[in-house]
Design a protein around this ligand. Structure first.
Ligand code: HEC
Length: 175
């Protein structure tokens, strides 16, 4: 009998303590997961700059000098973009959210491949030539590696199409 009353007394005082604590706490104690917990999505705000969504996204490239201008790519240009981000980005672009860059460590400093001031003067054929043969074969720096065994002629032409479409200032093909 004594055991039972001791047990009952303990249960009652525990419950009393719970109620007391629950009443005195400033915020409501949480006995279970809140209904909305984990379900309420954070508010999606527009990213501060479009560069985070568009560098290296398929079928579109952000202007490297103005991330808010998106450049739509056709199929060939998008193939060139893919190859660029596999083979050329390390040396010919600065660090972007889409990839790191080693450009600043390369001597001579490789031109950015959107640099129209440098590349618009070149014909498509001469660009394909340096991409294929490398700088060493045409009297430029051998730091520009040959890609002729790695890429097909069409892939190199696609890279050139990509270079042309991202060029700043804009590339105007000779008429
Ligand atoms: C290891 C670094 C490196 C990689 C990778 C690289 N390049 Fe280059 N590239 C250079 C350097 C350095 C030069 C500058 C050579 C010079 O001016 O003597 C250059 C020059 C060029 C030029 C000539 C620019 C001009 O002055 O007319 C073109 C075009 C070019 N690269 C395209 C590419 C393409 C396309 C790829 C990828 C398929 C690529 N490069 C990969 C380092 C690299």
């Amino acid at each position: 009998m004594r055991v039972v009353s001791l047990y009952a007394a303990t249960v009652v005082s525990c419950l009393g303590l719970f109620v007391f604590v629950g009443k005195t706490m400033k915020t409501k104690p949480c006995w279970c997961w809140d209904r909305g917990q984990g379900v309420t999505a954070a508010e999606h705000t527009r990213p501060p700059s479009l560069e985070y969504v568009s560098y290296g996204s398929y079928g579109v490239e952000a202007d490297w000098t103005n991330p808010d201008r998106l450049i739509p790519l056709d199929y060939d240009q998008a193939q060139g973009q893919r190859i660029f981000y596999q083979q050329c980005v390390w040396c010919h672009a600065d660090t972007t959210p889409a990839g790191p860059s080693n450009r600043n460590n390369v001597v001579p400093l490789p031109p950015l491949l959107n640099d129209g001031a440098v590349l618009n003067k070149e014909t498509d054929a001469s660009l394909v030539r340096i991409i294929s043969l490398g700088g060493g074969a045409i009297g430029k720096s051998p730091m520009m590696p040959p890609h002729g065994k790695l890429l097909t002629k069409e892939e190199m032409e696609d890279v050139v199409r990509f270079i042309r479409v991202i060029s700043v200032p804009q590339y105007r093909p000779p008429s």
